[in-house]
Design a protein around this ligand. Structure first.
Ligand code: ADP
Ligand code: 5GP
Length: 218
C-alpha cells in the first residue's frame, strides 16, 4: 500500500538501550497508524518466549547470517549484546519503492549505517530511560533475559549513552518516563516527518505542472 500522498517512503529508525521502552512505543505507533510497517530484522539471538519467527525477527543461525553478510544482503548489520542483527537491502528498497513508511527497531550502529545509506529518507529517534535505576527495574520486571544478559545490557547502555553524546547522529530524543507522554512525542515526530518539505517534492511538482497547464507561460 502506498502512503496517502503517493510520495516517498519514510524510514523511521528508533533506537534505545535495551529496556528503555522502544518496542512498547513502536507497537503503539503501529496500532494507531496501520500504514506503518515494521521492518523484521534477521538475528542469531535465540527466540524468546512469546516471539514468532518471521514476525518479531527472522531467526537464523550464525552460518546463514554470515553467508548473507558475504552476499551483501544487508543494508546494515551489527553485533549487539553478543548476537548479530541485520536489515536486508531488499526489505528497505521494497518499502521505499512502494512509498511505504517503515519503522526500524535497531541499535545505534545500524542507525548510523542506514543514515549513511538513506540520508534523506531516514529519521533517527533515540529513546532514553529516565534513569539507570529505572532501566534496570524495567529489564528485571520484563523478565525476558537471564541475569547475566541483563547485566550485559546495562553495561552496553553506558556505551549507548556515550555514543549519543559523541556523534550527534540522532535528530530526536524521547525520555520514556510517562508512557502516554513519550508516545505523544513519537507520534508528533512521525507526523511532522511526513510533512517535511523535502519529502513533498512530487506533490509540489505536480501542482506546478497543473498551474502551468492552466496558465502557460508566454
Ligand atoms: P525495549 O524494546 O527498549 O527493550 P520494552 O518496550 O520491551 O523495551 O520495555 C521494557 C519494559 O518496560 C517492558 O516490560 C515495558 O512494558 C516496560 N515499559 C515501557 N515503557 C514504560 C514506561 N513508560 N513506564 C513503565 N514501564 C514501561
Ligand atoms: P532484542 O534482542 O532485545 O530484541 O534487541 C537487542 C538490540 O538489537 C536492540 O537494541 C535492537 O534495537 C537491536 N536490533 C534489533 N534488530 C536490529 C537490526 O536489524 N540491526 C541492528 N543494528 N540492531 C538491531
Amino acid at each position: 500500500m502506498s502512503n496517502e500522498l503517493g510520495d516517498k517512503g519514510l524510514l523511521l529508525v528508533v533506537s534505545s538501550p535495551s529496556g528503555a521502552g522502544k518496542t512498547t512505543l513502536c507497537h503503539r505507533l503501529m496500532a494507531e497508524y496501520p500504514e506503518v510497517m515494521f521492518s523484521v530484522s534477521y538475528t542469531t539471538r535465540p527466540i524468546r518466549r512469546g516471539e514468532k519467527d518471521g514476525v518479531d525477527y527472522h531467526f537464523v543461525d550464525n552460518t546463514t547470517f554470515d553467508q548473507m553478510v558475504d552476499k551483501g544482503e544487508f543494508a546494515e548489520w551489527a553485533n549487539v549484546h553478543g548476537n548479530k542483527y541485520g536489515t536486508t537491502v531488499a526489505a528497505v528498497r521494497e518499502a521505499l519503492e512502494g512509498g511505504r513508511h517503515v519503522l526500524f527497531d535497531i541499535d545505534y550502529q545500524g542507525a548510523r549505517q542506514l543514515k549513511a545509506r538513506f540520508e534523506r529518507e531516514a529519521v533517527l529517534v533515540f529513546v532514553l530511560p529516565p534513569s539507570l535505576e529505572v532501566l534496570e527495574e524495567r529489564l528485571r520486571k520484563r523478565a525476558t533475559d537471564a541475569p547475566e544478559a541483563i547485566e550485559r545490557r546495562l553495561i552496553n547502555a553506558q556505551e549507548e549513552f556515550n555514543v549519543l553524546k559523541q556523534y550527534g547522529l540522532y535528530q530526536y530524543l524521547i525520555v520514556n518516563d510517562d508512557l502516554p507522554r513519550a508516545y505523544d512525542r513519537l507520534r508528533a515526530i512521525y507526523v511532522a516527518s511526513l510533512a517535511a518539505i523535502d519529502r513533498m517534492g512530487t506533490v509540489a511538482e505536480e501542482l506546478i505542472r497543473q498551474t502551468e497547464r492552466r496558465h502557460p507561460q508566454p
